[in-house]
Ligand binder design. Structure first.
Ligand SMILES: [Zn+2]
Length: 449
């Protein structure tokens, strides 16, 4: 009896000891105190170019901080208009001119295999970086479990991400050091604008220390891969809407009624996969749902867009290597481009068929809420990821779509994914050069070389 009790006691103590070791290890591993690491940046006197991508930080926020005299070492930040959906997987592929990724998010639908792949389980595995993947550019990248833990302990994880970056930079002997601070995105989803500013001010201190420790003998480039819309957001009930419209939402396309609705991250776009015959039906119906801004699908090289007030279409042609786009209002103007279209036509920019050069559209819409929408929507249905969606839905600010369980666990104070300018305008700035006020994500590649 006594012996049995003793054995049980030993097992319990061993168990508690294991938990204690785990907690100590975790606390050390995620130590957020980067002040001590800041002292060691002096050690690196060789890096000439430091490139940092802060995931999801919008141009607007950086511009506001600059107006309050922060980030003084940098030249004026440029607006970087990124691809749609405004998701890291999509935009970073373009920014780094990298090989295509499988899906918009880590959980995706494989069209060829007709099955859903990935999801939460990937946080338990090591990150696999295939040749050509944009991740291969980074000298420091957060450990995979951070991608999940950031939603539980946003401040701690983000600060320890900065600490790890500092340590990697301080001991680097590379001419060019490149990093992706991924944790800013998760932190902003949970802590909103306040959280973003707190971390950006910390980053400003770090970068000032680095810049002045080298007496300016280093170029620092800071940029982001997409924008962000801040504010408390609510979930759009897309799944129940599709069900009530008579479709079967499932994990594979089995029959005429089958619809795949990707629901993973809490983001402001949605991707739908379905049979050819359903595309128009669904795209037409979805805009009545609260929170939906517009839906779009492609049929025979034409992009059809549906908003609450009706339908428009986008056509593209290339003449002598010049891309031209035509915006045709059918029964409505979901992109609010009517005035711009009239103005450009009045200025004689349209050809006999109504096509206007891409560069004119860019100039005319670069500060519009539906920024640079024609090219971006066209590209979104032209093989942006391996399994392009059949229908893309863009949500209004203040709304998100995604995993129901995740949305119950966390309150969302901001998100991204939609085509609106809030989500679509990232930034780029350098301590050594001026860059045009507005650039597209594919133009960033030249600066990052
Ligand atoms: Zn995100």
């Amino acid at each position: 009896m006594v012996k049995k009790r003793r054995t049980r006691m030993i097992i319990l103590l061993a168990f508690l000891l294991l938990i204690a070791i785990g907690v100590v290890w975790f606390l050390r591993w995620t130590n957020p105190d980067f002040a001590s690491s800041l002292k060691s940046v002096q050690r690196n006197q060789v890096t000439k170019k430091l490139i940092i991508c802060v995931d999801g930080v919008p141009w607007r926020t950086i511009d506001q901080l600059r107006q309050k005299k922060h980030f003084k070492a940098f030249h004026r930040p440029s607006k970087v208009i990124v691809s749609f959906p405004t998701m890291t997987n999509v935009t970073s592929t373009v920014i780094w001119n990298a090989s295509k990724v499988a899906g918009y998010e880590s959980a995706y639908f494989d069209k060829d295999k007709n099955l859903m792949v990935g999801g939460v389980s990937k946080y338990l595995h090591k990150r696999v970086i295939k040749p050509g993947d944009f991740h291969q550019h980074f000298d420091y990248l957060e450990p995979v479990p951070y991608e999940f833990l950031i939603y539980v302990l946003p401040r701690r994880i983000c600060k320890s991400d900065l600490k790890r970056f500092l340590e990697a930079y301080s001991s680097s002997e590379k001419d060019k050091f490149c990093t992706f601070i991924k944790s800013t995105d998760g932190l902003m989803h949970i802590l909103g604008k306040e959280g973003a500013e707190e971390i950006l001010l910390a980053l400003d201190d770090i970068l000032q220390k680095i810049y002045y420790s080298r007496k300016g003998d280093i170029e620092i480039m800071l940029f982001s891969d997409h924008g962000f819309n801040f504010g408390k957001s609510q979930r759009v009930k897309l799944k129940s809407f599709l069900k009530s419209s008579g479709f079967t939402v499932r994990n594979d396309l089995r029959d005429e009624n089958s619809v795949i609705l990707l629901s993973f991250g809490l983001v402001s776009f949605a991707a739908i996969y379905t049979g050819e015959n359903n595309k128009r039906k669904i795209a037409q119906q979805v805009p009545v749902l609260e929170g939906v801004d517009f839906s779009a699908y492609r049929m025979n090289n034409i992009i059809y867009i549906f908003g609450q007030e009706g339908e428009a279409k986008i056509l593209k042609k290339t003449v002598n290597n010049t891309e031209l786009y035509k915006y045709e209002i059918i029964s409505g103007d979901p992109l609010s481009y009517k005035d711009i279209l009239e103005k450009l036509t009045h200025l004689g920019k349209a050809d006999g068929e109504g096509y206007i050069p891409d560069s004119d559209w860019f100039e005319a819409t670069k500060d519009h809420p539906y920024v640079d929408a024609l090219k971006r929507l066209y590209q979104a249905f032209s093989g942006q990821v391996e399994s392009d969606a059949d229908i893309l839905i863009s949500l209004k600010d203040g709304y998100f779509h995604g995993n129901a369980l995740f949305s119950r666990i966390a309150t969302i104070l901001g998100t991204h994914g939609s085509l609106l300018d809030t989500n679509s305008v990232g930034f780029f700035m350098s301590t050594a050069q001026d860059v045009p006020s507005h650039i597209r994500d594919n133009q960033l590649t030249d600066y990052l070389r």
